[in-house]
Write a protein that binds this ligand. Structure first.
Ligand code: PHE
Ligand code: NA
Length: 456
């Protein structure tokens, strides 16, 4: 394979641009919305500890592998897999990685966009003072009212999909790069402000206690599966987003150090989000296990009590929407790049068509909260719940397992070695061993114990 060629879709200007784009992909609703509520649902500290272990032993090694595969393949994930499989003279079955990943991207974005739409709608609610000095019940009623209104949900879902397609049509590099350079630090600053508020007004010690005091007796096998699944979801792994972004990465950039940066920032934002939300939960006697509504009830309520809360609350949800936006872009990019390569059509055509399909799939998630709330695709799970469960807890970890096995056993050792280009051969070997043995075994054990009982 010609290793110095560039992707036809473009290249990041330098390694920082890759870090920015990958962090934009990683940091999203998974950190700010999902992590706090699943931590609440699965009991806190022990869950957080398992999640952190999954990031270290599974997430980071797989992320390095996925970036390396993309950079070596230099095409959309589906076609990169084709190229890598033929270079390694490996079996055609490995191509499943590319196809399953594209499917996962469709399913994830279809419900992700609906939740991102909630935050768009909250920008308006906050800015118009809907939450100013209201009590908790009103905050809860606002959220339930939104969920009960399918046409409102559709409007925001549609706007968010248009925003996403609008960027990817113009190519990922330029438009988004400059935007997230400004927005990511701003998001970070706002989280810190909220923690400051939580520390002064809320019950931060019980939040720290809840998040870091590990009581393993509360830990179910299902919780471990959710922690593993979330480590993939939050790092955007196992579906090709990071592979696509890796395919635009300069050849001389170090994969290992960039991956550590991205994973570190993502983990930091998740923990900060938890530290921003739980103090409010405990100080106001709310339930930590409140589910998907946690962020949409606790935070607006808090902002409503703060001086300037109308402004800062609106700003916060704008930033949540932007974080979601930069993730959504990476969810639609792999399929778009593939369609451009495969059908030789313009990016505009390819991306618009894919966007319309995902938008239509999203209708199922919109209706999951109202008209179709009794319709279950899996036992006890609405369409929204099913897409979330199947992608995060099945498809992404399975994709990650296959990626680890492919780089560990499918690819030639010296190809993996060259692509990683690590100065320290000992560190390379440590990664290689973890990827070949620790990561796959860990995923397999969690699958067998967490998924099989679920199925029976
Ligand atoms: N990592 C994103 C988040 O945490 C979600 C995502 C998953 C993005 C998979 C791309 C691919 O919100
Ligand atoms: Na994330």
């Amino acid at each position: 394979m010609a290793n110095n060629n560039e992707s036809i879709h473009g290249s990041w200007r330098n390694r920082w641009t890759f870090i920015l784009a990958a962090t934009g992909s990683a940091v999203g609703l998974g950190n700010i919305w999902k992590f706090p509520y699943i931590t609440g649902e699965y009991g806190g500290g022990a869950f957080v500890l398992v999640y952190l272990m999954c990031i270290a032993l599974v997430g980071i090694p797989v992320m390095m592998a996925e970036v390396a595969m993309g950079r070596r393949g230099r095409q959309s994930p589906i076609n990169s897999m084709k190229a890598l499989v033929s270079e390694a003279k490996a079996g055609p079955g490995w191509k499943l990685i590319g196809w399953m990943g594209a499917l996962a991207g469709f399913l994830i974005l279809s419900f992700y966009s609906v939740v991102a739409g909630w935050s768009l709608s909250y920008v308006l609610k906050m800015a118009t003072g809907v939450f100013t000095e209201v009590d908790q019940t009103v905050a809860g009623d606002q959220f339930n009212g939104l969920l009960a209104d399918p046409s409102m949900l559709m409007v925001w879902h549609t706007i968010f999909m248009i925003l996403t397609v609008g960027v990817v049509i113009r190519g990922v590099n330029k438009g988004i790069e400059s935007t997230i350079t400004v927005l990511m630090p701003l998001l970070f600053v706002l989280l810190v402000i909220l923690i400051g508020y939580g520390a002064s007004k809320g019950d931060i010690m019980s939040a720290v206690d809840f998040m870091f005091a590990a009581d393993f007796s509360k830990l179910s096998m299902e919780a471990v599966l959710v922690a593993l699944g979330h480590s993939f979801f939050t790092l955007s792994l196992g579906m090709g987003a990071i592979m696509a972004y890796g395919s635009y990465m300069p050849r001389n950039a170090s994969i290992a150090s960039t991956v550590f940066t991205v994973a570190g920032l993502d983990t930091l934002v998740a923990l900060l989000a938890g530290l921003a939300i739980f103090p409010i939960v405990f100080a106001n006697g709310l339930e930590p296990s409140a589910g998907p509504g946690l962020m949409f009830v606790t935070l607006p309520f808090t902002f409503g009590q703060m001086p300037g809360g109308q402004f800062f609350g609106a700003l916060f949800f704008i930033l949540v929407a932007f974080a979601a936006w930069s993730s959504a872009i990476s969810l639609i990019e792999p399929a778009t790049a593939w369609a451009v390569e495969r059908f030789k059509v313009s990016r505009a055509k390819a991306c618009t068509l894919i966007g319309v399909i995902i938008w239509a799939l999203g209708i199922g998630s919109v209706l999951s909260f109202n008209d179709w709330s009794e319709f279950h695709l899996l036992p006890g799970k609405t369409i929204f719940d099913t897409f979330d469960f199947m992608t995060a807890n099945v498809m992404l970890p399975l994709g990650g397992l296959l990626i680890a096995l492919f780089v560990g056993f499918g690819m030639k050792y010296h190809h993996a070695y060259n692509e990683m280009n690590m100065k320290n051969a000992g560190l390379f070997n440590l990664w290689y061993i973890v990827l070949r043995f620790v990561t796959p075994v860990a995923i397999a054990i969690v699958f067998i114990n967490g998924l099989l009982p679920e199925c029976s």
